[in-house]
Design a protein around this ligand. Structure first.
Ligand code: 2BA
Length: 110
């Protein structure tokens, strides 16, 4: 059976519940501390190696445990002296999760 690597970026607030839910279903994962390039805030990246037929299971666990949230952020002013228009907060929807599913050539334990 082909293997897949699921790279999944979630909000920190969802990370523990998500990690526990994976473990309950007997799925291995590695949790990395990461930082979003846009918000420049901490988020959590999971590496999850699974057989291809387990991918839907993982996607279901993500959907049940990782929720979208709205954030309001102040954009960086466009000039040194700022710009009144740029002081208005903008609404940003974060998550539930950003998920990449990659083919795995080999899984080796050496
Ligand atoms: P951040 O880069 O901090 O982005 C947080 C949220 O800000 C994003 O939520 C998106 O709604 C918004 N956003 C990002 N770039 C934007 C821009 N140029 N203009 C306006 N709004 C923007 P999500 O899409 O749910 O992404 C959550 C986190 O997932 C991201 O945090 C980043 O760490 C990661 N991510 C998202 N897309 C990615 C990608 N294509 N490659 C690698 N990491 C990604």
């Amino acid at each position: 059976m082909a293997m897949k690597l699921i790279i999944c970026i979630v909000q920190d607030v969802d990370a523990d519940r998500f990690s526990n839910a994976l473990r309950v279903d007997g799925l291995s994962s590695t949790k990395l501390s990461s930082t979003g390039g846009f918000l420049r805030e901490g988020n959590t990246t999971f590496l999850i190696g699974v057989a291809e037929d387990q991918v839907p299971t993982v996607l279901g666990i993500i959907e049940r445990n990782c929720h979208a949230r709205t954030r309001f952020v102040f954009p960086v002013p466009s000039s040194e002296f700022g710009d009144l228009a740029a002081t208005q907060p903008i609404e940003v929807q974060v998550g539930g999760a950003v998920v990449f599913v990659l083919d795995v050539a080999n899984l080796l334990r050496l």
